[in-house]
Design a protein around this ligand. Structure first.
Ligand SMILES: *[C@@H]1O[C@H](CO)[C@@H](O)[C@H](O)[C@H]1NC(C)=O
Ligand SMILES: *[C@@H]1O[C@H](CO)[C@@H](O)[C@H](O)[C@H]1NC(C)=O
Ligand SMILES: *[C@@H]1O[C@H](CO)[C@@H](O)[C@H](O)[C@H]1NC(C)=O
Ligand SMILES: *[C@@H]1O[C@H](CO)[C@@H](O)[C@H](O)[C@H]1NC(C)=O
Ligand SMILES: *[C@@H]1O[C@H](CO)[C@@H](O)[C@H](O)[C@H]1NC(C)=O
Ligand SMILES: *[C@@H]1O[C@H](CO)[C@@H](O)[C@H](O)[C@H]1NC(C)=O
Length: 903
């Protein structure tokens, strides 16, 4: 009985206990509440009981101990409490037991020691305490996975675990284990994963890290995390003799000393090397440049000396370099400019000197942080700084930089933090007009002169502005950030005047004491009167325009030609005054209403939220994107409206033909109670997928300039009457210029909106540049969702599981288990006999097709852009699968008919 992944609520009926023959009871991923019924204990034939991911409360009943045939018990992700019952000692057949993420308490449940068949035991994220029994490893001879993370376990890690010769994963971080990692762990030949992060291991003794010599025998090891413990002693040279299969090595925040051995370069598969917060000194070996798979290098807060190795420039894929807070000296190697994927470079608080290499400050991939503060860098800021168009935070403070602020700084439009204080920068402050996202700007303690540019008052995002200790003169503005004394610092500039009162500057001469008070009052009244009149006039004029000018532009807008326009009033009428009855959707950029307009007919009106930063731009982008392109799988804008509403506020809307069949999202995830005319079959889903990929391929490579959609997801795929898919919503689209760089038409914010969580490529989350490969990722996820019916954001994915990994691990053998069951059975759900007979009907060929389709999705949604396959290839693959599938389906239809004839 499998009712998983539904919306079942209420309690589990105790009457289920009458189904005495039930073998598998699968109720996970519902909204069930209340206790686990005691009566379930009478289902003695049960082999699988899945109750995980519900809202169950109370204790685990004693009667579960009667389930002596049970092989798999999952009650994780509930709100269960109390201790696990002693009766569980009878469950001798149990192979997998998952109780993670509850509020279970007590010692390591004693009964479990009797369950010698267990291969998986997960107690993570509960409130278990106390010690593990020293013979725990002997109790579980078949154990493969032991998860105890985030409990209150104390005492030592039992050496007997090394007798579990099948052990693959030992994950026990976030506890209070003491002692050390047993040397006998070197016997664990299959160990892939050893995580003891954040315990109390080690005593600061010289031989604390001896276990590493032994772990070199674990030839399968991929992950080793011993960070945040109390390990002392020298970093053993044998660290470089760990298995070359190792991809992540984390040893930071321990009291480890010594140096980093040259031979660390043996660990050729490392993608993360994290040695920070230790006493390690000496230089970073040049050989580090041979770790060609490295993405993440953490060596901050050590006592490293010598130069930054120029060989780091050989690692093209590096994403993050953290070397701050050491004693590194010499110049910054210009070869770092070769790390063209680099998102963060932090080399602050060292003893670096020389000038800033232009190759490094020109690295446009830098998007999170560039920090070179607290060094002795000299010379001017290179003009190439203008390439940092994606960077959110730039800190070059407290060096010896001279010269003027280059005007190219204006191009760094993503900057949220700019720290240049404590240098000897001179000249005037550039207008900084284009730093639209700036939040913290510190130019203090320099040698800047001239006036404060008035344009700074326009930066609404600015939280703090520090101009103190320069040679600025002239008037301090009173608007914008200058209206709040707590957010600006201007002291130590001898010749500034004016500003708001709290600054206590002397008034500026040209304004003060010229006119008597009376006059000022009069002028004020006049001014107010005039502006009120102007406003009324303006409103009148625009209202008249609206009245008269049906289908005529009501404001002279800057966006491109080519659309007819409708007025605000027309849309108001068409949508019944934007009535909530006609609201068919809303998102971060606005609301979508259904309406009727002649001659267009039924329309969808997307009204943009203009108070939302970037919405106007989004409007322009979408007009631009859709203006020049034409494809059967892209929505077309019927008309647009750029106007003012009756309150005089800007109003912008895009009008599309209305799609009767709504969005793909509604088809894949029907709301509770929503009726669909039909379920999407595998062939329907494949057709939709091919429609989407065709549209993307066209955008990427067949338009004038490449367009990246940036926000592909089921709700942005609309279905027309015959289920043809149309890709919509170009609000986040980006144009790529020929060089492949994005032309920045739509840079809202760096932290920025670059798609939707779950669908946005991982590199975007890390601030990466927009690229066609990003769309390929989103498409891959979309494909997997279309065929599995599971959202990437679904809470069902545990631990490090994602939609991608979930599908990947199921291929090819378990493909039928991950495919959306509703795509397989056209019959009414509940008709069990039909389902069973159908199931045996699936030919090997059909299953192969599904494997090929999902494989395409998996290849598209690989973590790194380089690993993803090309759009062109995907189209070819999917079309050939469709041909094959159609053949098979026609054939099996014939078989069915002929069978019917026989009977
Ligand atoms: C199951 O277990 C409970 C408590 O352990 C016990 O009282 C009961 O008799 C057992 N048998 C059945 C069929 O529930
Ligand atoms: C569990 O194992 C212990 C010995 O380790 C034994 O004394 C006890 O009887 C066992 N319990 C059950 C219910 O088998
Ligand atoms: C457990 O492992 C240790 C060392 O790895 C070994 O000496 C011991 O004999 C093993 N015990 C059993 C019961 O296999
Ligand atoms: C690494 O292993 C090799 C061969 O097993 C050995 O010769 C060498 O001494 C080891 N190096 C270190 C640093 O332990
Ligand atoms: C402003 O700059 C001065 C000089 O660098 C510094 O002392 C002060 O703390 C800064 N204030 C703020 C709020 O950043
Ligand atoms: C700062 O600028 C003034 C002139 O504006 C100049 O006299 C002085 O030498 C400069 N200071 C430094 C440290 O460069």
């Amino acid at each position: 009985m499998n009712l998983s992944f539904n919306f079942l609520r209420g309690e589990i009926p105790f009457t289920l206990s009458r189904c005495v023959n039930v073998v598998n009871l699968i109720l996970d991923h519902n909204i069930l509440e209340g206790h686990i019924p005691t009566e379930l204990g009478s289902l003695t034939k049960l082999e699988m009981l899945y109750l995980k991911n519900n809202n169950l409360t109370g204790n685990v009943p004693n009667s579960v101990g009667n389930l002596t045939s049970l092989r798999e018990l999952y009650i994780s992700y509930n709100d269960l409490e109390g201790e696990l019952p002693e009766t569980m000692a009878n469950m001798r057949s149990l192979i997998e037991l998952g109780v993670s993420v509850n509020s279970l308490s007590g010692e390591f449940p004693p009964a479990l020691y009797n369950l010698s068949s267990l291969t998986l035991l997960s107690l993570s994220f509960n409130k278990f305490k106390g010690r593990l029994r020293p013979d725990i490893g002997l109790a579980f001879p078949n154990l493969q996975r032991l998860y105890l993370a985030n409990n209150y376990f104390t005492g030592s890690i039992p050496a007997s675990l090394s007798n579990c010769s099948d052990l693959l994963r030992l994950d026990i971080p976030l506890n209070n284990f003491t002692g050390n990692i047993p040397l006998s762990f070197g016997n664990l030949k299959n160990l892939l994963w050893l995580n003891v992060l954040d315990n109390q291991l080690g005593i600061g003794a010289p031989d604390d890290l001896n276990f590493i010599n032994y772990l070199t025998n674990c030839k399968m090891l991929e992950f080793l995390d011993i960070a945040n413990n109390k390990f002392g002693g020298m970093l053993p040279y044998s660290i470089s003799n760990l298995s070359t299969t190792l991809t992540k090595l984390l040893i930071g925040y321990n009291r480890i000393s010594g140096t980093i051995p040259r031979e660390i370069s043996n660990l050729v598969n490392l993608d993360m090397l994290s040695i920070q917060g230790t006493l390690i000194n000496g230089s970073i070996p040049d050989s580090i440049g041979m770790l060609s798979n490295l993405k993440n290098l953490h060596m901050e807060s050590n006592q490293l000396t010598g130069n930054i190795p120029s060989s780091l420039g050989n690692i093209r894929g590096l994403l993050y370099i953290y070397l701050q807070d050491n004693s590194l000296e010499g110049t910054i190697p210009s070869s770092l400019g070769n790390c063209t994927s680099l998102q963060t470079l932090d080399i602050a608080q060292n003893k670096l000197s020389g000038s800033i290499p232009k190759q490094v400050i020109a690295l446009s991939s830098l998007s999170v942080l560039l920090n070179m503060s607290y060094n002795s860098l000299s010379g001017p800021l290179p003009v190439e700084i203008g390439n940092l168009t994606n960077l959110a935070a730039l800190d070059i403070s407290n060096n010896k930089l001279s010269g003027e602020i280059p005007h190219s700084l204006e191009s760094c439009s993503s900057l949220e933090i700019l720290y240049l204080q404590g240098n000897i920068i001179e000249g005037t402050i550039p207008p900084l007009d284009d730093l639209k996202n700036i939040q913290y700007l510190d130019l203090s303690r320099n040698n800047l002169s001239g006036n404060i540019p008035r344009s700074i008052t326009k930066h609404v995002s600015l939280q703090n502005l520090n101009l103190s200790f320069n040679h600025l003169d002239g008037e301090v503005p009173v608007q914008g950030v200058f209206s709040d004394a707590s957010r600006i610092q201007v002291m130590g500039n001898m010749n500034l005047c004016g500003g708001i009162e709290e600054l206590h500057l002397h008034p500026c001469l040209k304004h003060a004491n010229k006119r008597p008070q009376k006059h000022i009052a009069l002028i004020l009244v006049l001014a107010l009167g005039t502006s009120a009149a102007c406003l009324t006039l303006l409103l009148l004029v625009s209202y008249c325009c609206m009245k008269k000018g049906k289908h005529r532009p009501s404001t002279a807008s800057s966006f491109r030609k080519g659309y007819t326009q409708v007025s605000y009033e027309d849309l108001l009428n068409a949508t019944g005054g934007f009535s909530s009855n006609n609201l068919i959707g809303s998102g971060s950029f606005g609301s979508v209403y259904r309406g009727n307009l002649s001659p267009e007919g039924t329309i969808a009106v997307k009204v943009l939220k203009l108070e939302k930063q970037g919405a106007s731009k989004s409007f322009l982008v979408e007009c631009e994107a859709l203006g020049n392109i034409r494809h059967r799988n892209l929505v077309k804008i019927s008309t647009v409206c750029s106007s003012v509403d009756f309150d005089g506020n800007d109003f912008k809307a895009l009008i599309y033909p209305f799609m009767e069949n709504g969005s793909l999202d509604e088809w894949l995830h029907p709301k509770e109670g929503q009726m669909l005319q039909k379920r999407l079959t595998i062939l329907d889903r494949l057709n939709i997928t091919i429609d989407v990929v065709s549209a993307l391929h066209y955008l990427h490579s067949q338009c004038h300039t490449s367009i990246v959609h940036c926000d592909l997801k089921p709700s942005n795929v609309l279905l027309d009457n015959d289920l043809t898919a149309l890709v919509s919503d170009f609000g986040l689209a980006k144009f790529l210029s020929d060089s492949g760089q994005n032309a920045d038409v739509n840079q809202f914010s760096t932290s920025g909106i670059k798609g939707t969580v779950g669908y946005a490529a991982p590199e975007y989350g890390m601030g990466g540049q927009v690229s066609c490969q990003g769309d390929v990722y989103s498409f891959g996820i979309l494909l997997l969702e279309i065929f599995t019916g599971r959202r990437p954001t679904s809470e069902l994915f545990e631990d490090n599981e994602t939609l991608h990994s979930f599908v990947k691990q199921a291929l090819p053998g378990q493909v039928m288990d991950v495919v959306d069951q509703s795509a397989l059975y056209e019959t009414e759900p509940g008709d069990l006999m039909d389902i069973l007979s159908c199931r045996s009907d699936f030919s090997d060929e059909f299953v192969e097709c599904l494997v090929s389709i999902l494989t395409a999705g998996v290849s598209c949604s690989e973590e790194t852009p380089q690993a993803r396959i090309s759009m062109g290839q995907v189209i070819l693959d999917l079309i050939s699968i469709r041909n094959k599938l159609s053949r098979i389906l026609v054939h099996s239809e014939k078989v069915k008919i002929s069978r019917k004839g026989e009977s």
